[in-house]
Write a protein that binds this ligand. Sequence first.
Ligand code: NAI
Length: 285
Amino acid sequence: GDVSGRTAFITGGANGIGLGIARALVRAGANVVIADIREDALAQAKADLAADGQVETVQLDVTDRAGFARAADAAEARFGKIHILVGNAGVGVMGPVLDARFDDWDWGMGVNLGGVINGLVTILPRIKAHGEGGQIVTTSSQSALIPIGYSAIYTAAKAAVLGISEAIRGELAAENIGVSAFMPGPVQSNIAHSGELRPAEYREDSGYRQREEELEKRPVSPLWMSADEVGERVLAGIRANDLYILTHPEFAGGMRTRFDAILASFPDETINQDRAKEIGFLLGN
Ligand code: NAI
């Protein structure tokens, strides 16, 4: 649907992909609330987008549930209603599974999956209540479909986010709320600096700290897509209520191989019609 005059609440919108989405939405006439943990980046983002339209910023750690409700209150105080939730905040918790410690799992899952869940629980009822409909956009990742190397924690969260998005799509259609899962490939962003955001309570029992510090020195490849380009992709996906928003066709071959391997794993191809009916029921048909 049209985004003009609607209000979008974007988590992790002060940098990278979230900022690209914010820019595309603001230029399309939406009111945008950027919620992010980085105070300095929020001020910068606001200054950056102010000339393009209506922007508000609010400091939020997406793992803080009470803080999420306060941020949603602030968004409603400014713009009246929230229509579009973009659950985008995320951190690049990467490393060999054999080095992963509980602090790595807890922090990675807490932000990348828990942050999306907190957004849904906080904001979905508010969208339903105003009755004007809306859109849920989750930033999953291409890695939800083709896991990249050393990504057990990251992939766990991103695959869960994709699964949630697919699972709620049918239910929310009845409320005129669309759902889109955004699965970008490599995009130019600040994600290599995620380690700076790791809270003190997740630094003690971590096997990834050294890796995170090394990652910060790595330059962003010019071959990676720009955040503004993917922001435009997301805007188009919202307008069309696309369930899947993808960016990099370079992954298509790998996806095909994966799905073919999964399909080839059924014991045989004989379909039991009675069982098929029951499965249709389980699928909500
Ligand atoms: P980024 O680091 O540039 O932006 C992420 C933003 O989220 C930052 O502004 C950061 O301050 C914020 N954030 C982190 N933890 C937070 C928390 N607890 N509460 C609130 N805000 C928090 O990184 P990027 O790449 O733009 O990441 C955005 C999303 O895109 C993430 O979910 C990431 O996993 C996903 N993604 C990124 C890809 C890439 O190649 N850059 C590829 C696929 C997915």
